[in-house]
Write a new protein. Structure first.
Length: 257
């Protein structure tokens, strides 16, 4: 299937500037697309070509080149209006590695302030998504580089703290959440190893319904939920340093960890 997939995409893989982007046209990225479509060559090729169209529409090739030229890392402050994103969406984009060698990302969902993104006077969804594209391009390249170095598929473990998340927050944040999940799932497949939700409360059912509506089934199958004893469960996946960093971030934001 992989050999047939490369033959099907031969013209696209040889087209510049894509041919010069190993994290876009190399075997690892192609394998992610093929696996995301259960080795169906036609479906995977359709999805890959749709991604190339999306790159043109959103000027992603230029973003990718800037990422490389400026040696950008997983740090919001490096991306356009990234400081504003970090202020209204507290996240640690690179909190070390899981015990399986995957990147770890921490997200305090209860601290998200949707009004700062899409409300009156906010930065706006379009500007927000530009910063997200920078982050996804950086993360994808890092995952690809690490995969080549280690000889295994490197993904990201996302830990999402649901403390203080309310039904009203989920409702007002739905457009932002679905936009991110759709964009990431369509254009950066097989990037998530696990998505772990801790401190899941009453609003969690709405969160899951929202995510399941847009996330690929393979990604949804990797969702884990811990209501109690989260630290003990997390330590099966991530190192204590990542847990401590998460608790420190939560503490600074006046939330319970």
């Amino acid at each position: 299937a992989f050999a047939a997939f490369k033959v099907e995409l031969a013209a696209e893989l040889a087209t510049e500037p894509w041919a010069s982007f190993p994290e876009l046209t190399g075997d690892i990225r192609l394998l992610r697309y093929l696996r995301s479509r259960e080795a169906n060559v036609a479906d995977a090729a359709k999805a890959y070509r749709a991604h190339l169209v999306w790159r043109k529409q959103h000027n992603v090739d230029s973003i990718r080149q800037r990422v490389v030229d400026e040696k950008m890392t997983l740090d919001w402050s490096l991306y356009p209006r990234g400081d504003e994103v970090q202020a209204c969406c507290p996240m640690v984009l690179h909190a070390g590695f899981s015990k399986q060698g995957h990147l770890v990302q921490l997200d305090n969902m209860g601290l998200v302030t949707p009004a700062a993104l899409t409300g009156k006077g906010g930065m706006g969804l379009e500007a927000f998504l530009v910063a997200v594209i920078y982050m996804l391009e950086v993360r994808n390249k890092l995952q690809d580089d690490l995969s080549r170095e280690t000889g295994r598929m490197v993904r990201t473990v996302q830990i999402r703290d649901m403390m203080q998340v309310t039904t009203a927050m989920v409702t007002s944040n739905k457009k932002v959440a679905t936009s991110i999940m759709s964009m990431a799932g369509d254009n950066y497949p097989e990037s998530i190893d696990k998505m772990v939700f801790i401190n899941a409360g009453n609003a969690f059912k709405i969160v899951m319904a929202t995510l399941k509506a847009v996330a690929p089934a393979r990604t949804v199958a990797r969702f884990l939920t811990y209501k109690e004893d989260a630290e003990a469960e997390l330590l099966k996946t991530v190192n204590m340093e990542s847990v401590q960093l998460f608790c420190e971030q939560a503490g600074q934001a006046a939330t319970k960890c």
